[in-house]
Design a protein around this ligand. Structure first.
Ligand SMILES: [Zn+2]
Length: 176
């Protein structure tokens, strides 16, 4: 990521253990830590016999534009995980959960944006939303191209943006 030391411009800077930059000339050290990210799996009960639909977003921007994703995103500086999740839900779909989402899975992920790879710790939450309907959501136009309410049998796992999301959905469906 850095070809030269940001402190003294030495070209001898190295990236070590997948974690930190070190400059042998001036002693500069910079830890490129993981970023925390959230995903929210929203389920909607659907008819008889007991069925449910899972709510997915269609990504409207790179990376992985057009692919399926869950609402959520990076936790901002100064935020807690739950706070970040609620903010993302409000921003992306204009919705606040009726009950506290519960953590059910967590996986590592690599999020590449404009040539830079960010190692993330993705945390997946679930919440059941009996009243949720597609037309009640306000999608963030710059980021979200659409929303899908899918029955488990109709989910195409090759259509997802990130493998960690696939793992999370399969964990929820108990098929992992
Ligand atoms: Zn240096």
């Amino acid at each position: 990521m850095f070809n030269f030391c940001p402190s003294c411009a030495s070209a001898k800077i190295t990236f070590n253990e997948g974690k930190f930059f070190h400059c042998p000339d001036c002693g500069f050290v910079y830890y490129h830590n993981i970023a925390a990210a959230t995903g929210c799996l929203i389920t909607v009960p659907d008819g008889e016999p007991a069925q449910e639909r899972l709510v997915f977003l269609v990504r409207g921007k790179e990376p992985a534009v057009g692919k399926l994703d869950l609402p959520g995103g990076f936790v901002d500086v100064g935020e807690g995980v739950i706070e970040g999740l609620y903010r993302e839900l409000k921003e992306e779909i204009g919705w606040t959960p009726p009950a506290a989402p519960s953590l059910f899975a967590s996986f590592s992920n690599v999020y590449e944006y404009k040539g830079i790879k960010y190692n993330t710790c993705d945390m997946y939450f679930h919440v059941c939303a009996p009243e949720l309907k597609p037309e009640t959501l306000t999608l963030e136009k710059a980021e979200i191209a659409g929303v899908r309410f899918l029955k488990p049998a109709d989910i195409d796992f090759s259509a997802f943006a990130f493998n960690s999301t696939v793992q999370a959905v399969k964990t929820y469906l108990r098929i992992l």
